[in-house]
Ligand binder design. Structure first.
Ligand code: PRP
Length: 197
């Protein structure tokens, strides 16, 4: 089941914390909005997974915060595994994909919940999904915090979407630009002069 929620309804008066004002243009999604949405998504996931043995596969590195917040709400018998995949380089475009960590757990016959922070062009998930399918899970469901459908080049859709967002450069809550800004507790729009220089 696909879910989405408006991402533009940031409460009036929400301001970028002073520490980040030089680099971050505006808050796109607040910490509170993220928390509420994750709570709602976790209820949908729990209902669909019906207590079955689950392997949560999380993509490094951007999922750190989302994963931690999501799984603490999932009352499922789950195991956790990580797959490392990164687009080469530090730019804003998805480049060549490199696998930096392989899966360890046995997926055969299990329900798999694949977790990513953002679904952008779809290149990453379109490479990861066949790799997972080859391990013969019972089924694979995908959850992403953010979906940027305007940028899609591969035919990939997530089963659970936190927020559908416009084509703006977002950082924070795990998402980076050149490995920075992952520690912001909110999702913010990066100022163009930061990534255009
Ligand atoms: C980002 C993000 C997604 C992917 C989405 O990962 O975490 O996995 O890009 O983009 P796509 O849909 O265009 O493939 P990145 O490669 O930047 O690595 P990171 O998770 O370490 O930030």
């Amino acid at each position: 089941m696909k879910n989405s929620a408006p991402a533009s309804l940031v409460p009036v008066g929400t301001r970028v914390p002073p520490r980040w004002r030089k680099e971050v243009e505006r808050v796109l999604i607040t910490e509170q909005q993220i928390a509420r949405r994750i709570h709602a998504m976790s209820r949908d996931i729990e209902r669909d997974f019906r207590g079955r043995e689950t392997v949560v596969v999380s993509l490094l590195n951007g999922t750190v915060m989302f994963l931690a917040d999501l799984i603490r709400h999932l009352s499922l018998p789950l195991r956790l595994d990580f797959i490392g995949v990164s687009s080469y380089g530090a730019g804003t475009e998805s480049g060549e994909l490199v696998f930096t960590k392989e899966l360890r757990l046995d997926m055969r016959g299990r329900d798999v919940l694949l977790v990513d922070d953002i679904l952008d062009t779809g290149r990453t998930l379109s490479r990861v999904i066949p790799k997972l399918r080859a391990l013969k899970p019972r089924r694979i469901k995908m959850v992403v915090l953010l979906d940027k459908p305007e940028r899609r080049v591969e035919k990939v859709e997530a089963d659970y979407v936190g927020f559908t967002i416009p084509n703006v450069f977002v950082v924070g809550y795990g998402l980076d630009y050149a490995e920075k800004y992952r520690n912001l507790p909110f999702v913010g729009v990066l100022k163009p002069e930061i990534y255009q220089r």
